[in-house]
Ligand binder design. Structure first.
Ligand code: ADP
Ligand code: MG
Length: 499
């Protein structure tokens, strides 16, 4: 790796106060993302998750003598697509190397990876941390060092038999993209935002499903601390952290552990550590002295991977709209930056919103998706994929508000009915008599009744016009929330003035 470069200006908001001085965290991530492809990187075996053990194993994956790897073009184009999504340098020539080590679940005795010449070089990701108490997001650019293709290993199982270990090779040979960041991250919140944003980009691109529970995305987290703006410190690498929450916890623990050692006059040993979620701690796995010498060398079974610019251009021409671009477009269409950020942060939410907003008032649609639908889903602990209210149904509710058939208040009741019972919003409104009363005569008589019943309040409201609000509430109550609030307001003001 090239010499480390510091691209950031130290930000006191992110410093950690120690006993003797302030400290600054420096974090770099190596994310392993499983490529979305139906077969493995060098064999035709399936990549389907959850199949019976060793069901997805070809002779190549089992490393039978004489078997030769054949590159899967789909994995190559997925890596290029990802590189383009990360605004990165695409290398038209890259080389596969053998990384030698022994592992019971690695039958070849080496992993095919890319070392000196990766398929993708430097790129960048914009992350937004926040919002803070003022609703502001802190936007930061994080550099990407490289992205390379490599094989995943199989899985050893030590808990299935009292005296034997089992090996499942289903994962062995599945394509991974290792995406390495520059050491540009300065807090656990930034680290979480980085992985979240990276996962969002991969999902928009369709190059990795980003499913951390199934292990499709996992992060090695490199952490060091230093005097703010000073020399880079010695780092520890926390291996294979498989949830965004754990990434944050591991970093917080690890940085404080290192600060404790340094403030006691000690030094940090460069080592590989593991995060234990049950204790919230990291513990040593191996020191750099024990680190493997992988004896990398170009794999003689594989030619260098070469393609021309036209190949890259064709992939570029078919890239989907990415989250940052979608956010810009939504802001231009009239949404607030805050709403746009929320809507684009998950591809499934963005797709849902666009479905609801199609041909409708975008702001109104955004309000209903964010405040009502996402609010209700959040409360129910459900994801947008599980929503009981479809985009069509929510769109129909928005239409009913927009054309004045129902008030915003009745719409909330209608939403709840559709959420619980389903149905066509328009039919429900008709069947249950929820249609807004715009008949001025009916509203007027409700207003007259409330005024007649509260003569003293009328006198008070003449002096203090804000008190009209109370009357509006009463009339709405009397009409079961169905009166058009604007009409109620106007009629009330006139009648109180003239009484
Ligand atoms: P290796 O492959 O041996 O783990 P690399 O030099 O490729 O080493 O770096 C791996 C990761 O560690 C990168 O994400 C990089 O940004 C990060 N990193 C390097 N130096 C530091 C440091 N001093 N503190 C925190 N992270 C670091
Ligand atoms: Mg590493």
């Amino acid at each position: 790796m090239d010499a480390l470069v510091d691209t950031r200006t130290p930000d006191p908001k992110k410093f950690i106060a120690g006993a003797t001085q302030d400290w600054e965290m420096v974090i770099g991530m190596e994310v392993h993302a499983q490529v979305s492809s139906s077969s493995k990187l060098f064999s035709g075996a399936s990549t389907e998750f959850g199949n019976e053990q060793n069901a997805n194993v070809s002779l190549v994956d089992a490393a039978m003598p004489g078997m030769l790897p054949v590159i899967n073009e789909e994995c190559v184009s997925q890596a290029v697509r990802t590189g383009l999504g990360l605004k990165a340098q695409i290398n038209n020539r890259s080389v596969f190397d053998r990384k030698n080590y022994f592992y019971p679940d690695l039958p070849q005795g080496y992993q095919i990876s890319q070392f000196k010449d990766p398929i993708v070089g430097e790129g960048k990701i914009m992350i937004a941390v926040g919002p803070d108490k003022k609703g502001q997001f802190d936007e930061v650019e994080i550099g990407i060092e490289r992205l390379h293709l490599e094989q995943d290993a199989g899985k050893s199982m030590h808990d299935q038999h009292p005296t034997m270990s089992f090996v499942d090779l289903n994962r062995s040979g599945v394509a991974l993209m290792e995406i390495v960041s520059k050491p540009d991250i300065r807090s656990s919140d930034e680290a979480k935002a980085y992985v979240t944003k990276l996962r969002t980009i991969l999902r928009y691109l369709g190059t990795c499903d980003g499913n951390m529970e199934q292990g499709s995305l996992r992060a090695d987290v490199n952490v060091s601390v230093r005097t703010p703006g000073g020399e880079f410190g010695t780092r520890c690498e926390i291996k294979n952290v498989n949830s965004i929450r754990f990434i944050g916890q591991a970093i917080e623990y690890e940085a404080r552990r290192q600060i404790g050692i340094l403030e006691d006059g000690g030094t940090i040993d460069q080592e590989t550590r593991l995060f234990d979620p049950s204790k919230g701690e990291t513990r040593s796995m191996r020191s750099k002295e024990e680190a493997h010498d992988y004896r990398y060398f170009p794999d003689p079974d594989l030619l260098p991977l070469e393609f021309d610019d036209a190949y890259v251009e064709a992939i570029k021409a078919n890239l989907p709209e990415l989250p940052d671009d979608k956010r810009e477009r939504l802001i231009k269409s009239g949404l607030s930056p805050y709403d746009a950020s929320i809507l684009v942060s998950e591809k499934s939410v963005a797709d849902f919103y666009e479905e609801v907003a199609k041909g409708r008032d975008g702001k109104l649609a955004a309000n209903w998706v964010i405040n009502d639908l996402l609010g209700a889903l959040n409360k129910a602990g459900q994801s947008i994929e599980e929503t009981p209210v479809s985009a069509d149904q929510l769109g129909a509710i928005v239409d009913l508000i927009k054309d004045g058939t129902i008030s915003g208040k009745i719409a909330k009741d209608l939403f709840e009915i559709i959420w619980n019972e389903g149905g066509d919003p328009k039919e429900v409104v008709e069947a249950r008599g929820m249609v807004q009363v715009t008949d001025l005569g009916a509203i007027e008589s409700a207003v007259d009744e409330v005024i007649a019943a509260n003569p003293d309040k009328v006198t008070a409201a003449k002096e203090k016009p804000q008190l009209v609000g109370w009357f509006v509430g009463q009339v709405m109550k009397a009409t079961g929330g169905k009166a058009n609030p604007q009409a109620v307001n106007e009629i009330l003001r006139k009648k109180i003035e003239n009484s």
